[in-house]
Design a protein around this ligand. Structure first.
Ligand code: IDP
Length: 142
């Protein structure tokens, strides 16, 4: 048993499409615990810090525009090996390639847009989780 915490974002397309409940239901049915949940419109500072590794890529400016286009929901999720587990629940980055049964595979759509709108973000490693929890929920930082 490795208890972990991970940072999840329900992106603005998930909020606009009223999929918050459906996605949170899947997270809870998996057995994970929601330690924190907050809906907000992300600031430029939060987004540039969160997506620092993508700065300079062609999709970085449209990514910031998309991610600040409306409210998102930030969550801290806890559970046994939940970092990899949430990545499995989410599915592949590109909704058209995400397996059926995953959040992106079942609910994501293919859009002809400069940024892939794929409903959800989840930390990809313990280091990323710690860094990202510090950005979105400083009071919960380890
Ligand atoms: P992930 O969200 O599956 O971890 P990352 O490679 O970390 O995927 O990319 C972060 C986000 O950036 C993706 O979820 C997607 O919204 C967007 N993205 C990644 N690669 C591209 C691309 O080549 N074009 C447009 N958007 C992209």
């Amino acid at each position: 048993m490795t208890q972990e915490r991970t940072l999840i974002l329900l992106k603005p397309d998930a909020v606009k499409r009223q999929l918050r409940g459906e996605i949170i239901r899947r997270i809870e049915q998996k057995g994970y615990t929601i330690l924190a949940l907050d809906q907000r419109t992300a600031s430029h500072e939060e987004l540039t810090a969160h997506y620092a590794e993508h700065e300079g890529k062609p999709f970085f400016p449209p990514m910031l525009e998309f991610m600040s286009s409306g409210p998102l929901v930030a969550l801290v999720v806890a559970g046994d090996e939940c970092i990899a587990g949430m990545r499995s629940l989410m599915g592949a980055t590109q909704p058209t390639q995400a397996a059926p049964g995953t959040i992106r595979g079942d609910l994501g759509r293919a859009w002809d847009k400069p940024v892939i709108e794929n409903l959800i973000h989840g930390s990809d490693s313990p280091e990323s989780a710690a860094r990202e929890i510090g950005i979105w929920f400083p009071s919960l930082a380890a």
